[in-house]
Write a protein that binds this ligand. Structure first.
Ligand code: ADP
Ligand code: MG
Length: 251
């Protein structure tokens, strides 16, 4: 079913009664380019939300806006994380409030070992997981702790990037296309990790081109098209709606 009649009402209530994470009518621009055009959605604590849509739909821009990066610039709307107003914050404050963005390019710091990459994530409070706890979840990172981060395989770099977010006191994990360029067996491994992270009560927004994999893992889905929300509902509903998938996801 496309946007439910009561969805707008639910979104409108977000400003007064925020969900765990609530995006309310956000509008964001790259210079003069109006890209995020009134996006609203809620994420419940502990769930995985798949944020989907075709190439250029505005998924990355929406994540960047939520993380309060300078570009695109948020000009209108509210973003609440666990009762904290992210729309009034800068990126470093949003990070301190518990938001962790793992961007598409993974941003492993060249010249640093795996362990140094992790330690750098803990340079300022609030500190999340200990390095040893990270190695329990990601044994491969433990085995490669003295290896330079940029020499890891694509899958291991993705793990390191997620691990760095866990080294902060994380409430909301934003993942931008974590499966991109990875072999199916490695995707299986990352997926298992995301299930473990969910079991720990951490809330996740998963942006993926591999929509079927994302929907099989996610509780709910939001679909974007040209900078706006065209669907908000359960992941199962999207998997079962061939017409919707064909129109907005090309699958
Ligand atoms: N830095 C930028 N400056 C101007 N326009 C941009 C920039 N980055 C992305 N866009 C435009 O914003 C739109 C949404 O892009 P994006 O958020 O990257 O989509 P998605 O992640 O869904 O593929 C696209 O039309 C893209 O060309
Ligand atoms: Mg993108």
């Amino acid at each position: 079913m496309n946007v439910k009649p009561d969805f707008t009402r639910e979104a409108n209530q977000a400003a007064t009664a925020p969900a765990f994470f609530s995006v309310h009518d956000i509008h964001a621009y790259y210079g003069e380019s109006y890209i995020v055009q009134g996006v609203s959605f809620n994420v419940h604590e502990g769930e995985i939300l798949a944020l989907l849509g075709r190439n250029g739909a505005g998924k990355t821009s929406t994540l960047r806006t939520c993380a309060r990066l300078d570009n695109p610039e948020l000009k209108k709307g509210e973003i609440w994380l666990d009762h904290k107003p992210l729309h009034l914050m800068k990126a470093f404050e949003a990070s301190q409030a518990g938001l962790g963005l793992v961007p598409e390019d993974r941003r492993i710091i060249p010249g640093l070992t795996v362990e140094e990459n992790l330690k750098l994530a803990q340079i300022a409070p609030p500190i999340g997981w200990s390095i040893e706890r990270v190695y329990e979840l990601f044994p491969r990172l433990g085995e490669r702790r003295t290896q330079e981060g940029t020499t890891l395989s694509g899958g291991e770099q993705q793990m390191l990037s997620i691990a760095r977010a866990l080294c902060r006191d994380l409430k909301l994990l934003l993942l931008d296309e974590p499966y991109e360029g990875l072999a199916p067996v490695i995707v299986d491994e990352i997926e298992k990790t995301l299930i473990e992270i969910k079991k720990l009560g951490i809330t996740t927004i998963l942006v993926e081109q591999n929509a079927v994999r994302a929907l099989e893992l996610a509780d709910r889905a939001v679909i974007l098209d040209t900078g706006g929300v065209v669907f908000d509902g359960s992941a199962a509903e999207v998997l079962g709606d061939e017409a919707l998938r064909a129109e907005y996801l090309a699958i």
